[in-house]
Design a protein around this ligand. Structure first.
Ligand SMILES: *Cc1c(COP(=O)(O)O)cnc(C)c1O
Length: 410
């Protein structure tokens, strides 16, 4: 974090705007609009951005904007973080999970269309929205997804929480669908400590989202409520951090792409490890996280001991986990070589992680309908996330790759 963030926060205190509205919120929204509306072909878009308290809140409000309510169904990518699907359940609706395709790891358009037809056949109703997710920053096949969505008249909510600054054909993710979700949580491409935003089509829709984000107040001298609202507006302090972060966002993205290139270069001759890359030049990932897959044949030192013990280190740790695990294994988990590599890297002070576990394999969603081709579950078995943040230097990447190589059992 630079001095810029502190200047904007100080200004908020000095001008007494320590509330969930104010000049920093307006300024941050304007910065975000300029950023997402920029296109490589120089025909700028006119999307509006509403600053919110979290990306999860943005998903929730987008669903409300699409009219999702009790008994409805929403089609959502299964290979994602839970914040893409949990808000569907907040509204009494049902998530219907769609598996991924191999190149992007994101929503499979063929399965999407199959699911739309099957849901209509089974329930007599059209699903209310479609949520593709830019997993690890990689663009989804938005051309095909929009074509299908438009043909069936179903709105698209792009979950670009991990894909801020990623482009498809030169256009920013989050600006293709009816809504685009952004997150500024501590671990995302830029941070406001905690926060999010919703990209909306126009001023009218942005106003409606703002209405629901501020307790749905009608304009009377007293509190008058005709709808149920939420306390989801971004605070002026957080927005001050965001304005500071917008001055370095291009550098951050360039850095993530550079780190990705370096991993690709240094790992290219290592048998059994494959980096996840842009499938064609139309895809321009921000590489929020650099990810790789490990061939099941690859032997990692100590893999025979993986999953022997219940992990207790996560509870009470920085990630805020409060429930202790009760078993050392589950019926859907990364292969032993992936877990062994994670442990070996951890011992060398390198934080690697498994890929996100698909939602259709999460116990909490065991009753949700799902359209599955096996891709996300097989990627979860073999994948690993490597460090890619702004503080990861070239030397760090070399150290990480050396540590990986040193732990391969030949
Ligand atoms: C982080 C994230 C969100 C939610 O963002 P928060 O700001 O943490 O609420 C939504 N979707 C995906 C895919 C994410 O990774």
């Amino acid at each position: 974090m630079s001095g810029k963030e502190q200047d904007f926060i100080k200004e908020a205190f000095d001008s007494n705007w320590v509330v969930p509205m104010g000049p920093n919120v307006n300024g941050f929204e304007a910065d975000l609009e300029a950023f997402v509306n920029n296109r490589f072909d120089n025909t700028p878009l006119t999307k509006k951005v509403v600053g919110l308290s979290a990306g999860t809140a943005a998903v929730h409000l987008a669903l409300i904007g699409c009219g999702v309510g009790p008994g409805d169904e929403v089609l959502v990518q299964s290979f994602t973080f839970c914040a893409s699907s949990h808000p569907i359940t907040y509204l009494g609706a049902t998530p219907v999970f769609i598996d991924s395709e191999k190149d992007t790891w994101n929503m499979d358009p063929d399965l999407l269309e199959e699911a739309i037809n099957d849901r209509i056949a089974q329930t007599g109703k059209k699903p209310k929205a479609i949520i593709p997710v830019a997993l690890y920053g990689m663009p989804y096949r938005i051309d095909r997804i929009m074509e299908i969505a438009d043909r069936y008249g179903i709105p698209v909510i792009e979950d670009a929480a991990e894909g801020l600054g990623s482009r498809y054909n030169g256009q920013m993710l989050g600006t293709f669908g009816r809504y685009g979700v952004l997150s500024f949580n501590g671990n995302k491409m830029i941070t406001t400590s905690g926060g999010g935003a919703l990209i909306c089509q126009d001023t009218e829709e942005a106003k409606e989202i703002l209405f629901y984000a501020t307790q749905a107040r009608e304009s009377y001298p007293y509190y008058q409520h005709e709808h149920i609202g939420y306390n989801y507006r971004m605070s002026n302090i957080c927005a001050g951090i965001g304005r500071g972060q917008m001055t370095i966002i291009d550098d951050h993205i360039a850095h993530h792409k550079h780190v990705q290139e370096l991993y690709c270069e240094l790992l290219k001759d290592v048998d059994g490890i494959t980096m996840h890359i842009n499938p064609t030049p139309a895809f321009d990932s921000n590489f929020w996280l650099c990810t790789a897959t490990l061939s099941p044949e690859l032997k990692i030192k100590g893999q025979e001991n993986a999953y022997k013990h219940i992990i207790d280190g996560a509870v009470g740790g920085a990630a805020g986990v409060t429930h202790a695990a009760t078993t050392a294994t589950t019926d859907c988990q990364p292969n032993a070589n992936v877990e062994a590599l994670r442990i070996a890297l951890d011992a060398a002070n390198i934080e690697a992680r498994p890929l996100w576990k698909p939602m259709h394999r999460q116990p909490v969603y065991k009753n949700a309908p799902a359209y599955i081709n096996g891709v996300s579950e097989s990627l979860f078995a073999v994948g690993i996330c490597l460090p890619a943040g702004p503080y990861v230097t070239d030397d760090d990447v070399r150290y990480i790759v050396e540590t990986i190589k040193n732990n391969i059992q030949y």
